[in-house]
Design a protein around this ligand. Structure first.
Ligand code: C2E
Ligand code: CA
Ligand code: CA
Length: 748
């Protein structure tokens, strides 16, 4: 809000500055335009002035030249006078009414004679109305101008008296009487008054006061302009003022203002945008920084999570594999102690999981206390722990460590004032005596641990070769797998994956099973991967899934894309691309009906080749998902170059997020994935309560027992060919609708 005011203020200043510039230009134009108008008025005045001067002054001059006659011949006859005056009169357009010659102060000649002859002999010095003017002209030897004058013979006149000087002495005067109306008409002053307020004024010779000769009416104001009319010794003033005032505001002026306003507005908006853009840029930058921050935090967090157990915060299984592999590869010796807490199930069953978790935390603290600083302790999962002794294979030394462990397990038995009886069965394998691979050492520690359990628990057992015959070993498993492939004893279970927007099934994941369910895939897949049998098994899975899709389609059943898990070994075999292509083509199945799930282990060996094959599969039109995200090294970094469309967040990652009571972390991870154009599946959603927490995140899909367990192909449709919704399905839909209504941009 405050920011907006500043933006408007700042842009407003720019607006005013720009408009101000235009105002200066407009003002300049205004002054110019007034000047132009005044010049026009002056021109018009000049015309009128010239007219008046030629009407009056020229006649005055002509009449004044009569003095020359008198100088030559003292007596001038009426006849001579008439012929002289006639010339002037004739050219006067009836402007001149009469011309009188006065000797000293008495009328002696007049023209036109006949109608005015009665005036001859009158001494004007005795006429009250004339006396003063006659004497003024006589005494001052100055022309006298009077107007307007009510004439004795009727009408209004303008009278001009000009003294006649002979031999430098006053002789008499001539008086010209102009017809007022005709003189005014001939001057053009009336036309001038169309546009202007006009005043023609003179000065009373006797009083010296200004007298108005003619005016157009109206107030001249202070801004009027004046032109002098020179009348042979006396002066008139002609003053005008435009009726509309001096016109400063012209069309050009309006245009300047108009353009100015537009430019200022544009400047305002431009400025506003520039400021906003800068602000947006700042915000975007901050966001980017935040994202990078979050990314780094997530990276660090994921790395931490990848190595640590969420519950007990001690190292996890993956870290164990890392540490042991490093130890083995540098040819060192050591011992693997696999601990399984005895009867831990009882604690969980009688006191509950929450309490059971607290016991596990207490146990891990006890284990850490039991060992030296250079000894690693790992939580292996559930109630299993591993203690890794470096450079130590001597049974007696190992037993000292075991004793310490047993002692500290006892010490850590009290949780919330309840004393538990905590013991462990410990299986021990040593390297390199018992093996030089992680799998082998784990398997042998496991076998030893089972042996310890069998013989009464709370025991430790070192592995020795005889133990192995008691267990179904690897060789047996391999044989079982070969038989199953030959005798068609594998089958596929399908587990629904739910679109978290709609709550409907969006696809299925194909999960392999042995028909008799005697061994879970978690057990036999790693072995098949190791000995290469995963390649033929994998091909069988692909064919089986495609056959099934074809069958469903032929029966008119609803179908959705099916995700198939591919091991790195299958990807590394480049013929897989053509294989899939041909199997799809021969059944006329669209590539988009198949998704491929891979794990980040495709990056461990032959990274480049594997990426190429994945890119080819993607190009073929298959969707690629990165499975088990969050369990391995899980660097966000490789998401930027792996050709994948989706990531599947592993159940363990989800569990940690759920434990955090806060979905911010998971949302951060999801938005990073979305930023990389990847869709996100959350795996292993088991409980409705988990679903409720997760549905508020931005994840695109969810998978887990909550929505449907993996089931045989003939159990996922009803008799009408519709997908069977488990009891949760309806509930899922209801809560999605109430939770997510109004949100519709998720998959974009
Ligand atoms: P995966 O790819 O991570 O498959 C998901 C596993 O999680 C499946 O275990 C599935 O049954 C299980 N699961 C699904 N929902 C839940 C849940 O809500 N809670 C829990 N706790 N588990 C859930 P499954 O079927 O035992 O498969 C185990 C692993 O074996 C798979 O893990 C996959 O890595 C591998 N696998 C399965 N079938 C194939 C296959 O055809 N080819 C290959 N290469 N590997 C396969
Ligand atoms: Ca999978
Ligand atoms: Ca998975």
């Amino acid at each position: 809000m405050n920011k907006n005011i500043t933006k408007i203020l700042f842009s407003g200043i720019v607006f005013i500055l720009v408009l101000g510039m235009f105002a200066i230009v407009a003002n300049f134009e205004h002054t110019l335009s007034i000047e132009r108008h005044k010049q026009d008025a002056k021109d018009a005045l000049l015309m009128t002035q010239t007219n008046l001067e030629s009407i009056i002054t020229s006649r005055m001059i002509s009449m004044a030249s009569i003095a020359a006659y008198v100088e030559i011949d003292n007596e001038i006859s009426q006849l001579e006078y008439s012929s002289f005056a006639k010339n002037i009169y004739a050219s006067s357009d009836e402007v001149v009414k009469s011309m009188t010659f006065i000797t000293d102060t008495t009328i002696t000649h007049i023209y036109p004679y006949e109608e005015n002859k009665s005036a001859i002999g009158i001494d004007l010095a005795t006429e009250p109305s004339q006396r003063e003017l006659i004497l003024y002209a006589k005494n001052n030897l100055k022309a006298v101008f009077t107007a307007p004058v009510n004439l004795v013979e009727g009408g209004i006149g303008i009278i001009v008296r000009i003294p006649v000087v002979v031999n430098n002495a006053y002789y008499g005067q001539v008086a010209i009487i102009f017809d007022y109306d005709k003189t005014i008409a001939a001057s053009g002053i009336e036309e001038l008054s169309d546009e202007y307020i006009v005043e023609l004024a003179g000065f009373d010779s006797l009083s010296g006061e200004k007298t108005t000769i003619w005016n157009s009416g109206g107030d001249l104001g202070r801004d009027s302009i004046t032109q002098e009319v020179d009348l042979y010794g006396s002066t008139l003033t002609l003053t005008v003022m435009p009726r509309e005032g001096w016109l400063g505001i012209t069309v050009l002026n309006y245009m300047i203002w108009f353009i100015g306003l537009i430019v200022s507005l544009l400047a305002f908006m431009g400025m506003y945008k520039v400021i906003s853009f800068n602000e947006d840029l700042k915000v975007a930058n901050e966001e980017l920084e935040n994202t990078i921050d979050r990314l780094q935090q997530s990276e660090a967090y994921i790395t931490y999570m990848a190595e640590h157990d969420a519950l007990t915060e001690i190292y996890n299984r993956r870290k164990f594999v890392n540490v042991l592999e490093t130890q083995l590869s540098s040819g060192k010796t050591g011992s693997v102690l696999l601990l399984d807490i005895d009867n831990f199930k009882n604690i969980n069953d009688t006191l509950g999981h929450v309490y059971g978790d607290k016991v596990l935390i207490s146990i891990s603290k006890g284990l850490i206390d039991a060992v030296d600083d250079n000894v690693y302790v790992f939580r292996f999962g559930g109630d299993e722990f591993i203690v890794l002794l470096m450079d130590e294979t001597d049974t007696e030394c190992v037993d000292i460590c075991v004793k310490n462990i047993v002692k500290h397990l006892k010490l850590s038995n009290e949780v919330e004032q309840i004393k538990n009886h905590i013991t462990a069965s410990i299986g021990i394998s040593r390297f390199p005596i018992n093996g030089n691979t992680v799998e082998e050492l784990l398997l042998k520690a496991d076998i030893a641990m089972y042996s310890a359990k069998k013989s009464g628990k709370n025991k430790r057992e070192f592995f020795f070769e005889d133990l192995i015959s008691n267990f179904e070993n690897r060789v047996n498993i391999e044989k079982r797998l070969r038989d199953a492939l030959e005798l068609n004893e594998f089958m596929i279970y399908y587990q629904p994956i739910i679109d978290s927007m709609t709550g409907e099934i969006s696809s299925f994941e194909a999960l392999i099973r042995l028909k008799d369910l005697s061994m879970p895939p978690m057990v036999f897949i790693p072995i098949a991967e190791e000995n290469g049998m995963i390649v033929p098994i994998g091909k069988w899975v692909i064919k089986e899934v495609l056959d099934q899709l074809q069958k469903w389609e032929a029966s008119g059943f609803e179908i959705k894309p099916v995700a198939i898990n591919l091991s790195p070994r299958q990807i590394y075999d480049a013929t897989i691309v053509d294989f899939i292509k041909e199997e799809l083509a021969s059944r006329k199945i669209e590539p988009s009906m198949i998704e491929i799930e891979i794990t980040e282990s495709v990056l461990i060996d032959n990274k480049e080749e594997n990426m190429k094959v994945l890119a080819l599969l993607k190009k073929l039109g298959l969707i690629i998902s990165l499975d088990d995200f969050g369990t391995g090294y899980s660097s966000l970094n490789y998401l930027t170059y792996m050709p994948v469309d989706k990531i599947k967040l592993d159940k363990t990652l989800k569990d940690r997020f759920i434990d955090m009571e806060d979905t911010k972390m998971i949302d951060g991870l999801i938005s990073i994935a979305h930023g990389l154009n990847l869709e996100v599946v959350i795996e292993g959603v088991e409980e409705p309560s988990e679903f409720e927490k997760l549905i508020v995140t931005n994840c695109d899909y969810m998978q887990g027992y909550c929505f449907g367990r993996p089931s045989p192909a003939d159990q996922i449709h009803d008799s009408h060919g519709r997908f069977v919704y488990r009891s949760t399905s309806k509930w899922v839909k209801d809560s999605i609708i109430s939770d997510k209504s109004g949100e519709s941009t998720k998959h974009e």
